[in-house]
Write a protein that binds this ligand. Structure first.
Ligand SMILES: Cc1cc2nc3c(=O)[nH]c(=O)nc-3n(C[C@H](O)[C@H](O)[C@H](O)COP(=O)(O)O)c2cc1C
Length: 315
């Protein structure tokens, strides 16, 4: 990839600003489709928890018109298995590895980060998934309660010395405030965001498809929502914002960057087009050439310079 795509985001040096989002790729790079690593700047692990989790019962994925509903329930083999078996494989991929962590208690979070500390050389950043339930608040997500989020980020900051990113819940009442609380807690970047709660009904059986009734919506359906969230977050913090949600075409990634994202994460669209990271990089390079710019960093937030009346009102 051309050096114009090289960037530095939240304490991590990336060859390109395109990151594979958590939970959508196998942890074993030998299972990745041929050529799919081209254009990928970093790979996020599947969400790790302290103990193994079997995940949710029943249907886990339902396709919608322009997206996917998932109710995986954070199935994973637990942090010890991850460290022993999966982290070395991911490390072999030759791409920086970001470890996505999920937790129901601060104690779990602390223990997980303590374990990961010994493998610091293989982990370029920790990404906290704060969409998971907070047991001490009756299962309400960490990411929708400002104080809980702040305490979790501060605690993680004390334990984990490497780059710390927070992957915000898009269901947060005000994404800007939650992004600011992450920054104040010591996060070096915020990822905006995750899936949006939705549901689907099986008309024949006259019941919700999912055992948990609600599930997380991802894919192109959520791009406009994610774009708005990125815009708001970028206006609220000084740390970098990483855009995630609904990127399915190269131009979608460019829009995220113009809205204020310093890098992007791509998830669901990889199920359909494993060559998307490479296409995004080509689009970004072409855009830089067209504008006579030397670095992708110069594209970040350019739509925010819009001076029109509407732009002023929304900034
Ligand atoms: C099958 C599946 C599993 C996922 N697992 C995780 C996970 O373990 N941790 C996490 O933070 N996000 C997880 N996500 C959310 C994605 O990383 C991403 O934030 C979300 O899907 C929005 O991006 P997209 O529209 O590009 O897919 C998962 C998404 C899907 C579709």
């Amino acid at each position: 990839m051309k050096s114009s795509l090289r960037t530095e985001v939240g304490g991590v040096s990336l060859e390109t600003p395109v990151i594979v989002a958590s939970g959508v790729w196998p942890m074993d790079p030998r299972l990745w489709p041929a050529g799919s690593i081209e254009g990928v700047g970093a790979v996020c692990s599947k969400g790790m928890t302290l103990e193994p989790r079997e995940g949710n019962r029943g249907l886990r994925i339902v396709e919608t018109y322009s997206g996917v509903l998932n109710s995986i329930g954070l199935q994973n083999p637990g942090v010890e298995h991850f460290i022993a078996e999966e982290l070395p494989l991911l490390d072999n991929s030759g791409r920086p590895v970001i470890v996505n962590v999920a937790f129901e208690t601060l104690e779990d979070l602390g223990k997980m980060l303590e374990r990961l500390k010994s493998f610091r050389s293989m982990v370029v950043a920790v990404e906290m998934n704060v969409s998971c339930p907070n047991v001490s608040r009756g299962g309400m997500s960490w990411g929708v309660h400002l104080e809980s989020l702040g305490s979790a980020v501060s605690m993680a900051r004390e334990v984990w010395e490497g780059p710390l990113w927070v992957k915000l819940s898009p269901q947060a009442p005000s994404i800007g405030e939650f992004a600011r609380a992450s920054q104040e807690g010591g996060a070096q970047a915020v990822v905006v965001g995750n899936t949006w709660l939705g549901m689907a009904i099986d008309n024949d059986l006259e019941r919700p498809f999912f055992e948990n009734v609600f599930a997380g919506l991802s894919g192109p359906a959520i791009l406009p929502l994610a774009l708005r969230a990125v815009w708001e977050a970028a206006g609220a913090v000084d740390i970098p914002v990483i855009g995630c949600g609904g990127i399915a075409r190269p131009g979608d990634a460019l829009s995220m960057i113009l809205a204020g994202a310093s890098a992007v994460e791509v998830g669901t669209a990889l199920f359909i087009d494993s060559g998307l990271p490479a296409s995004i990089c080509r689009e970004l390079e072409a855009n830089l050439t067209k504008k006579g710019l030397a670095s992708v960093r110069e594209l970040v937030g350019r739509a925010r310079n819009y001076q029109g009346e509407i732009g002023e009102r929304l900034r």
